[in-house]
Design a protein around this ligand. Structure first.
Ligand SMILES: C=C(O[C@@H]1C=C(C(=O)O)C=C[C@H]1O)C(=O)O
Length: 366
């Protein structure tokens, strides 16, 4: 092959790719037919509402795709391809409807696409409460809301919503978050005196802004995408926004990756009405209300420690009721149906004023 002219080599390789594509196409169709048959089976045995989307099964499919992978594609790249194949297959069973904290172009939309794939029908809402309400009303199957950022900490509004909601956490998504300084076609880049963004994004770029735009006024708005939309009519304004929002609103990126922490990332939760079965590598989130007494936190955490359950997060919020002083959000490794987790939760329940399992769900795969 080495002494073949380049043109012939390329022709031969392209023939080979065409043949492989034909095989891949056939196999994908066969897979899609199987998914349709799964739907038939689910319909035949289902009394009442049929569950087409199975988060635990999807996590297993993605993990297997990564384990099988021998390269040259990275495990993540391989899983992403399978993510889209599954998304398209599920859409044959039933297109999944997902509400997210919008508007279009936000990181939450990226998280929704990353988790459900491009065949999901996604709908933006302008507040976290509205996303919860939409899922509660059954207008959509799932919702996507941000919950914590690696630089700025917790998104308290999301946690507060769980106090008054019966929705379950069905999954989590992690997203590397990069910020850009963007301007519109009417901006005079030498006289930027206002910078719009979401409060969290402004905070995540604080040092960069101090160094480069110390005099500009920083204005917090409801989302990065809203910031991007706003500057289109202001000659002296810039926005901090994700690349997607810059593209959507036809803005120019004048500085990229301006976040202070290079590994800046945000975690999102998938909320839904149904509990999720164990996938083999899961997390559980609980909400605990406690009376203010000495040793209360130790009492809560001790059973986890004794049973060797890894806590991944402990967050405190004011309870907003006179009765309880503290409310804790605790995440830990394991599924609420694992025997050791069940025993631990029973023990903890007996020690606190109230305990609610917010959900057990597959750990983020991608
Ligand atoms: C095919 C199924 O239904 C859906 C589609 C899946 C797929 O394409 O692999 C996996 C889980 C479900 O979300 C199933 O339950 O196995």
């Amino acid at each position: 092959m080495a002494d073949q002219p380049q043109k012939e080599q390329l022709l031969a390789l392209r023939d080979r790719i065409d043949a492989l594509d034909a095989d891949i196409g056939k196999l994908i169709s066969e897979r899609a037919r199987c998914a349709q048959q799964v739907a038939d089976v689910k319909n035949a045995s289902g009394d009442g509402e049929v569950l087409y989307y199975r988060p635990e099964r999807e996590a297993q499919v993605l993990r297997k795709a990564m384990e099988r992978n021998q390269g040259p594609l990275s495990d993540e790249e391989m899983a992403r391809l399978f993510r889209e194949i599954m998304s398209a297959c599920l859409a044959l069973e039933q297109p999944i409807k997902v509400a997210y904290l919008g508007p279009e172009g936000t990181f939450t939309q990226q998280a929704a696409l990353k988790h459900f794939g491009a065949s999901a029908v996604t709908k933006p809402f302008s507040a976290i409460d509205e996303v919860f309400r939409e899922v509660e009303a059954g207008a959509v199957n799932y919702g996507v809301v941000p919950v914590e950022n690696s630089t700025e900490g917790v998104v308290s509004h999301t946690l507060d919503n769980f106090m008054n909601s019966n929705l379950k956490i069905c999954g989590e998504v992690e997203l590397r978050v990069h910020h850009n300084l963007v301007v519109s076609s009417v901006t005079n880049v030498n006289s930027i005196s206002r910078i719009y963004s979401h409060g969290q994004s402004l905070a995540q770029c604080r040092k960069w802004l101090d160094a480069h735009y110390p005099k500009a006024e920083r204005i917090a708005v409801s989302s990065n995408a809203e910031a991007a939309r706003r500057i289109r009519g202001e000659w002296n304004a810039a926005a901090i926004a994700p690349t997607q929002a810059a593209e959507l609103y036809e803005l120019e990126i004048i500085a990229d990756k301006i976040e202070d922490q290079p590994d800046n990332s945000t975690r999102f939760l998938i909320i839904g009405a149904e509990e999720v079965e164990p996938s083999g590598d899961d997390k559980t989130s609980i909400l605990v209300a406690m009376r203010n007494q000495p040793g209360a936190l130790h009492n809560l955490l001790e059973p986890f420690h004794r049973n060797e359950i890894d806590l991944t997060r402990v967050e405190t919020r004011p309870s907003r009721t006179g009765v309880w002083t503290y409310v804790f959000f605790v995440d830990f490794n394991g599924h609420q149906k694992d025997p050791v987790v069940r025993e631990t939760l029973d023990e903890v329940s007996a020690r606190v004023a109230d305990l609610k399992v917010l959900g057990a769900y597959p750990k983020a795969v991608l």
